[in-house]
Each structure stands twice: as structure tokens, then as C-alpha cells.
Ligand binder design. Structure first.
Ligand SMILES: C[S@@+](CC[C@H](N)C(=O)[O-])C[C@H]1O[C@@H](n2cnc3c(N)ncnc32)[C@H](O)[C@@H]1O
Length: 203
């Protein structure tokens, strides 16, 4: 199904980049410390699923391969050093088993209905080497909309139609693969938007 007209504008890489600063004010600044804890040890060949027009998570010591369904985003993504963008869908990642040292997705799962999100997590695990890590980062609803009204509104207006509560996201990950997943929830913008990070070490 085609997204509504205002959301179609976001398919332009420049508009997408600008919109992030408006809809998630302060995210570059506030994410730094959390990203250090989550991605500090990233190295080798990294898969970035639903990569968008640029890498918004920290660059690893190594190379990054992005997968996305948007060709315009991929062109911009691939222009950066040590990045390759590949056209493909998250629920059928176009790579063989056990290729990557790490697979990550940031802000992807809330664009996917439950069955597709489940397949996506399984695909990320399949493409990751034993001993490697799978990292899922996604938006979650505020626990209390009255305490974080702007965060709640931004989730309501998000072009991703499947923003989940923390417990739903944890259940989804567990259903895709019975853990152990490590999870941490944090605030990453000045208007109180929160994300959940789920990390799995593949055995
Ligand atoms: C909110 S953006 C996040 C982009 C990027 N990870 C970032 O941090 O800015 C969601 C991305 O997921 C992509 N996407 C949506 N459905 C997808 C699918 N089924 N397979 C791969 N990518 C998808 C969109 O094209 C978009 O680039």
C-alpha cells in the first residue's frame, strides 16, 4: 500500500534527514552515550537492515553493508566510505548464512507488521556468524502519555504503523528466537521519545 502524501515526501533522502532533526530533536546528542554502551565493541563486517539514507548508529571498526527497499536511500548510503547498500527486504535478506560479525537494525521494526518483523529478526540471526551479535533498536510507546505527551504524539504520527510497547517488542524478539536477549530502555530526544535496545549473542 502507498504511504499517504506527506509521508511520501520522506522518501526523498534530504527531506528524511531534515525531518529527523525536527521530529526527534537532540537525538544525535543524546544517543551518543547510549550508543557507546551498545555498539562500543562493534567491528568486522556489519549488516544494517532498513539502513535508510545514512548510518545513524556508530560506524564499526570495519565495513557496513546496508539493506533497504528504497533505492534513493541506498544511493546516498553507498556514497559514504566503507558502506555498501543492497536492495532487499528485511524479511528475505539477500545474503547467505553466518556472514556478518554483527547485524543491527535501527528504527525498522515499527514499520513492519508482526509476521514480517518476526521473519526479519530471524533473518538477521541467520546472517550473523556464531559468536556475533544481533542488535535491535526500536521506538517504543511512552509508559504514560500524560507524562510524555509530545513523545506520545510523535509515535501517533509516525509513518511506521506498528510502534510497540516495550513488552510487545521483547515478546516478539523472544518468539523469533528464545534468548537470552539483553534489553535496555532509554530516552533519546529532548521531547522524551524512548527506544528499546535488544541484544543477542548468537551461539
Ligand atoms: C525510520 S527509517 C530508519 C532508517 C535508518 N535505520 C536510520 O537509522 O535512519 C526505516 C527504514 O526502513 C526501511 N524499510 C521499511 N520496510 C523495509 C523492509 N521490508 N525491508 C527493508 N527495509 C525496509 C525504510 O525504507 C527506511 O529506510
Amino acid at each position: 500500500m502507498q504511504p499517504a502524501a506527506p509521508y511520501r515526501l520522506l522518501e526523498h533522502p534530504l527531506i528524511y534527514n531534515i525531518s529527523q532533526h525536527i521530529t526527534a530533536p537532540g537525538f544525535h546528542f543524546l544517543l551518543k552515550k547510549h550508543f557507546q554502551a551498545i555498539f562500543g565493541e562493534s567491528c568486522g563486517l556489519v549488516l544494517d537492515v532498513g539502513c535508510g539514507p545514512r548510518l545513524n548508529t556508530p560506524a564499526p571498526q570495519g565495513e557496513v553493508c546496508g539493506v533497504d527497499i528504497n533505492l534513493g536511500y541506498l544511493r546516498q548510503y553507498s556514497a559514504a566510505h566503507n558502506r555498501t547498500g543492497v536492495l532487499g527486504s528485511a524479511d528475505g535478506i539477500p545474503f547467505k548464512n553466518n556472514v556478518f560479525n554483527e547485524s543491527r537494525c535501527f528504527g525498522l521494526l515499527h514499520h513492519l507488521p508482526r509476521e514480517t518483523a518476526l521473519l526479519t529478526v530471524r533473518e538477521m540471526i541467520r546472517c550473523t556468524k556464531a559468536g556475533g551479535r544481533v542488535i535491535i533498536l526500536d521506538n517504543v510507546w511512552p509508559r504514560n502519555p500524560y507524562v510524555r505527551p509530545l513523545a506520545w504524539l510523535s509515535r501517533r504520527l509516525d509513518r511506521g504503523r506498528w510502534v510497540r510497547r516495550e513488552a510487545e517488542l521483547v515478546r516478539l524478539a523472544e518468539e523469533a528466537h528464545a534468548g537470552p536477549w539483553q534489553s535496555s530502555r532509554f530516552t533519546y530526544t529532548f521531547i522524551g521519545q524512548e527506544a528499546l535496545a535488544l541484544t543477542l549473542r548468537k551461539t
